[in-house]
Design a protein around this ligand. Structure first.
Ligand code: PRT
Ligand code: ZN
Length: 286
């Protein structure tokens, strides 16, 4: 009998939407009906388990799930023994130390002898140890940001994204201690069949990520500038060049990486390119 790979994703929260979108972009259907705890994909050998994010590393370690998507902050804090298979690039955030706005921060040694409230005692204690600091850690499970104003702690160590939660609680971010994003994790003892299903998933995720990092570009170039323009955008292999109906002009098609995009567009314009069109790529397989 052929197996299904069991994939744990967050039931509802900051990771859910992007996790579901990722599998959808990979062409893996998943039906997340209301109140459901698990669901089988109708077009791929996968079964999805909908869980609280904190439970995902443990389930993957135990083999209750074969794969899971979780924030690196939760993964490291859990200290579970799993493989980090792939960084997924969403749910980016940082774990930071923050103190009341009106207090001067003199550097990490400010923390010596202070008390810090956090839901991430292990990550915080690793940071303190690495930096030879000694502070008291108050572990609390939620609403960490109110700890200083109710006199529970001198500082907090919490997840920050836009920074507005800190701001509205009269706190300022003084030290970033850990950067996090969503990661795909896997059980360390997948059998051959499950490993080959994981390979298929990874192949699709790579194609989706590659496509997101690249743009398709079309432009018109005067023939006497073609060489210079082709040098700027060499693309996957080399650009496609086709003659335009107008004498002396060509159409050039290529692929550009998102991070060098604006720089290259400027260089192309300076080199005489016109009518530049930029189009998103849905999937990219090299
Ligand atoms: O119910 P369940 O246990 O599954 O979910 P949860 O409430 O524990 O987690 P959830 O859904 O809030 O977050 C899931 C993961 O998203 C986290 O583990 C992080 O990896 C990531 N993530 C990204 C964040 C944030 N951004 C974030 N802003 N997790 C939490 N926050 C919180 C933070 O704790 C603070 O209260 O948002 C507030 C700060 O946000 P800003 O934008 O005001 O700075
Ligand atoms: Zn949680």
């Amino acid at each position: 009998m052929s197996q299904r790979i069991k994939i744990a994703i967050q039931k509802s929260g900051r990771l859910s939407e992007d996790s579901i979108a990722l599998f959808k972009e990979c062409g893996i259907k998943l039906d997340m009906g209301k109140g459901r705890l698990k669901s089988e994909s109708s077009n791929f050998p996968a079964e999805f388990l909908f869980l609280r994010d904190d439970d995902i590393p443990g389930y993957v370690e135990d083999g209750v799930a074969d794969l899971g998507i979780v924030g690196e902050n939760v993964l490291i804090e859990s200290e579970k023994d799993v493989n980090t298979v792939k960084k997924l690039g969403f749910s980016k955030c940082r774990l930071s130390i923050a103190i009341p706005r009106e207090i001067d921060y003199t550097g990490p040694e400010f923390l010596n002898g202070k008390s810090i409230a956090t839901s991430y005692p292990k990550l915080l204690s690793a940071y303190l140890k690495e930096n030879n600091l000694s502070a008291e850690i108050h572990e609390i499970s939620g609403s960490v940001e109110i700890a200083p104003s109710i006199g529970l702690a001198d500082a907090v160590c919490d997840i920050v994204s836009s920074g507005s939660t800190l701001l509205s609680n009269g706190l300022k971010e003084v030290q970033k201690i850990f950067k996090s994003e969503a990661v795909l994790i896997g059980n360390k003892n997948l059998n051959a069949e499950l490993s080959s299903i994981l390979d298929k998933i990874l192949f699709r995720i790579n194609a989706v990520q590659k496509a997101q990092d690249n743009k398709y570009i079309l432009l018109n170039a005067p023939n006497d500038k073609l060489e210079q323009i082709i040098n700027i955008i060499s693309g996957m292999k080399s650009p496609t060049v086709m003659p335009l109906a107008i004498e002396g002009w060509s159409s050039v098609h290529s692929v550009l990486e998102e991070n060098e995009f604006w720089e290259k567009i400027e260089a192309l314009r300076a080199a005489g390119a016109q009518g530049i069109l930029v189009i998103p790529i849905e999937k990219m397989i090299l």
